[in-house]
Write a protein that binds this ligand. Structure first.
Ligand SMILES: [Zn+2]
Length: 313
């Protein structure tokens, strides 16, 4: 079964116009899995290639660039060649069908690997908002803009540290979910107007004061109050991979701290835009909202699995 989830691409290219490059460029690319659904992560392994700045780009059948992720150094193969990895997530708005991952360096494409995006249905729901929540969403506020810019500055950053490759564990023991990943939402405002939105994470309906645990080892990238998401914690787990915990009543960690899986980050609550006490748990991979259940089900970065493919050649 594992073999079916793997795809491997091998190519060998020469660069006759660059005589200073003496050896033929040999590149190997692996992608796991090769049939992701919208919202699910794909890990790409890379051996070979000249230069330092590599990125993986997901293209749909029409050649449109859906998302991208930078490669980071992971390990070495049996011949001592560096193995790089990149983690991206299929946008939850992507359509099912053939796709490909293109590997690029600073000069352009150096190889690609085919994928199939499996099709997926999401739930639709309408959420009426009261006066307070309507204002939280609609009122123009420079502080809200500043907080949004800071958040995206964090989520779009690809660091170098590998704290843990998963699998992730849920942040609370409760299995009661009040909203699901990828729900298509209509927010109904007090004046009758509405706005469409996609729910980026999972909501657990737990009482205020429920302990919230780190889903994996990581570094606290943000631990502070925000207007819309209330008391918020963000952990960085891998380069470009973050988990987010919103609407907390209390925060028990400080920015910059390194925590283990299961560490208590705070207590759940209803701060910020919330219609009742709950924990909003979200995963971001290279900026894309990503299905937490996919990261609970399997590691997002399985170093041994990547190596076993490259070492089999
Ligand atoms: Zn939520």
């Amino acid at each position: 079964m594992k073999i079916l989830l793997w795809a491997l691409f091998f190519l060998s290219l020469g660069f006759p116009s660059y005589p200073q490059i003496k050896e033929a460029l040999q590149i190997r690319i692996a992608a796991i899995p090769n049939n992701p659904r919208p919202g699910e992560p794909v890990t790409i392994g890379l051996v070979g290639g000249e230069g330092n700045q590599f990125q993986a780009v997901l293209l749909n059948a029409q050649g449109q660039r859906l998302t991208k992720a930078a490669f980071f150094n992971l390990t070495a193969d049996k011949d001592g060649r560096p193995v790089k990895a990149a983690v991206l997530a299929v946008p939850c708005t992507a359509r099912g069908g053939p796709a490909q991952i293109q590997v690029e360096n600073g000069f352009g494409s150096i190889g690609n690997i085919a994928l199939t995006i499996s099709s997926r249905q999401f739930i639709s729901e309408e959420i009426p908002l009261d006066q307070r929540n309507t204002e939280l969403r609609t009122a123009a506020d420079p502080q809200k803009t500043a907080e949004s810019n800071m958040l995206w500055g964090i989520l779009n950053r690809t660091g170098a540290e590998v704290y843990g490759g998963g699998p992730f564990v849920p942040p609370v023991t409760s299995t009661r979910r009040t909203s699901f990943f990828g729900d298509r939402r209509i927010f109904r405002y007090v004046d009758g107007s509405s706005a469409a939105s996609i729910h980026a994470g999972i909501d657990y309906g737990v009482p205020t004061g429920t302990r919230v645990h780190a889903c994996a080892p990581g570094r606290v990238a943000l631990a502070r109050s925000r207007i819309v998401t209330g008391n918020s914690v963000i952990l960085e787990h891998l380069p470009g991979v973050y988990s987010l915990y919103y609407h907390l009543d209390q925060i028990h960690v400080q920015e910059g701290a390194v925590v283990q899986a299961g560490a208590v980050l705070g207590e759940s609550g209803a701060t910020g835009l919330a219609t009742g006490p709950h924990l909003h748990w979200e995963i971001r991979v290279s900026g894309e909202n990503t299905d937490p259940d996919a990261l609970i089900a399997r590691p997002i970065l399985d170093k041994e699995a990547i190596l076993s493919i490259f070492n089999s050649f």
